[in-house]
Design a binder for this molecule. Sequence first.
Ligand code: HEC
Length: 118
Amino acid sequence: MICNKNLFFLTFIPLSILFTFASCGKTATTSNCENERVTYSNSIKAIMQTRCVKCHGASAPNLESLEGVKSAINLRDLICSVEWSSSTCKDMPADNSGKLSDAEIVKIKSWKCLGFPN
Ligand code: HEC
């Protein structure tokens, strides 16, 4: 006959092993941002310099620095502007130089998703 003590070990130990592995899986999970490697220095700065700063150096929002781009994303809906998909924001760039590429837009969104790494 199984005594209480055995019952305890028979249920508790397998459960604790299960939980150990389950929490392992959690810590190994990555951030789910589409592009995991984007930083201000390796991507965002160059996109802004090439496509935006000719207008957004002197006039607001200033996109010449990490802080400038970050606050334009948080406060001026920059991502909406580069997606050209909504009437609630102005399509950017504002001249006839064309929309950013899909890859560039993914980088900007991922940079936000990752927490604006430098
Ligand atoms: C040809 C000049 C020009 C270029 C290039 C340009 N912009 Fe703009 N942008 C403007 C002007 C002008 C405004 C102000 C529009 C207004 O308030 O009517 C503006 C406004 C904005 C705003 C605020 C939008 C809003 O709805 O308040 C954001 C964000 C922005 N631009 C982002 C960008 C980004 C990102 C780029 C590069 C991909 C870019 N712009 C390229 C001229 C430009």
